[in-house]
Write a protein that binds this ligand. Structure first.
Ligand code: GDP
Length: 365
């Protein structure tokens, strides 16, 4: 999963991104830790890894990871290619979801680029750039399709209708994700790779004091929620400054620190969960004496494709999978007992993987 961080200057993006890189450095035992300066990798929190590690005593425990890309240069005028604008739009094209950071904290001495705090205006400034970029993409497509539709071919006429409908929505300021489509249309829409089709989470950057009530009293958070509801998006209250502190603590200290604040999880952990939900992702696990590991897949992924996440040979030569649900395995206390009790199932190529499946793949080389 790859998430792009956008937002106006001075809203707390770098602070949050620093928290991400620090949290990533804490669990640096995976090979792809630092990639580029604007990319941070963090572990997907998963208590099942510790459970399996206790059973297998492996050499390595490798969590699933999420990549965050800091797309700091997306500012007013980006869609017109001012400065490095277009390059940043290209970055957005590559992410699975967008994290839109919005300033909802007061703090007099931190200047707001637009002069006042107003989440609605801020969100609209950024969204407008994305909408303008999409209108450009779409404009070219409409022109092409119009030419092809001259033949009277119904397929092209239908496509043209759809594109015009999207264009109208965008012109009214609606991101593509806020529009509704039939299944068939959805597939065509996906092929356009529009920026405003990407699912979004709005991170309301609030002050530390407000965190315990999740910004419940904060009028800016309320305004942001209204706006997000229009496009079916979620608002996640965080305090970027506090995340930076939390990210430097080890697991134990982190728990104590959060409990003192009346919180169960860090904002970053909540964010990763929200991203999983938004994108329909689940994790399956592999376990052995060498390594216990979590892998991210889309809900609905079948066994051979899940195996392919580990190695392409596993998918190509897939024979079957031995699957046991994590809870069953833990209840039995060992793989052998789980097998004796018939809880380890043999599944074929049509098996749809479930969250928390502990899998062993059999394959031909
Ligand atoms: P960016 O331009 O969006 O990357 O914003 P920065 O992360 O550089 O933050 C801008 C300023 O706001 C910095 O002085 C931060 O210390 C401050 N800031 C960021 N997050 C918070 C927060 O949650 N609370 C407070 N009070 N200040 C913050």
């Amino acid at each position: 999963m790859k998430i792009g961080i956008v937002g106006l200057p001075n809203v707390g993006k770098s602070t949050l991104f620093n928290a991400i890189t620090k949290a990533g450095a804490e669990c640096a035992n995976y090979p792809f830790c630092t990639i580029e300066p604007n990319v941070g990798v963090v572990a997907v929190p998963d208590e099942r890894l510790a459970g399996l590690a206790a059973l297998y005593n492996p050499k390595r425990v490798t969590p699933a990871t999420v990549e965050f890309v800091d797309i700091a240069g997306l500012v007013k005028g980006a869609s017109r290619g001012e400065g490095l604008g277009n390059k940043f739009l290209a970055h957005i094209r590559e992410v699975d979801a967008i994290l839109h950071v919005v300033r909802c904290f007061a703090e007099e001495n931190i200047v707001h680029v637009e002069g006042s705090i107003d989440p609605r205006r801020d969100v609209e400034i950024i969204n407008l750039e994305l909408i303008l970029a999409d209108l450009e993409t779409l404009g070219k497509r409409i022109e092409k399709t119009r030419n092809m539709a001259k033949s009277g071919d119904k397929k092209f006429l239908d496509e043209l209708d759809l594109y015009l409908k999207i264009q109208k929505g965008l012109e009214e300021g609606l991101p593509v994700r806020a529009l509704s489509f039939s299944q068939e249309e959805q597939e065509l829409v996906r092929e356009l790779f529009l920026l405003t089709e990407k699912p979004v989470i709005y991170a309301a950057n609030i002050s530390e004091k407000e965190l315990a009530t999740a910004g419940g009293e904060n009028p800016w958070v309320a305004a942001l929620k209204t706006l997000a509801a229009r496009e079916g998006a979620e608002v996640l209250p965080i305090c970027a400054a506090l995340e930076e502190e939390i990210a430097q603590l080890d697991e134990e200290d982190k728990k104590v620190f959060l409990a003192d604040l009346g919180l169960k999880e860090s904002g970053l952990d909540r964010l990763i969960k929200a991203g999983y939900d938004l994108l329909g992702l689940i994790s399956f696990l592999t376990a052995g004496p060498q390594e216990v590991r979590a892998w991210t897949i889309k809900k609905g992924t079948r066994a051979p494709q899940a195996a392919g996440k580990i190695h392409s040979d596993f998918e190509r030569g897939f024979i079957r999978a031995e699957i046991v649900a994590y809870d069953d395995l833990m209840a039995c206390g060992s793989y052998t007992v789980a097998k004796e009790k018939g809880l380890v199932r043999l599944e074929g190529k049509d098996y749809v993987m479930q969250d928390g499946d502990v899998a062993l793949f059999r394959f031909n080389v």
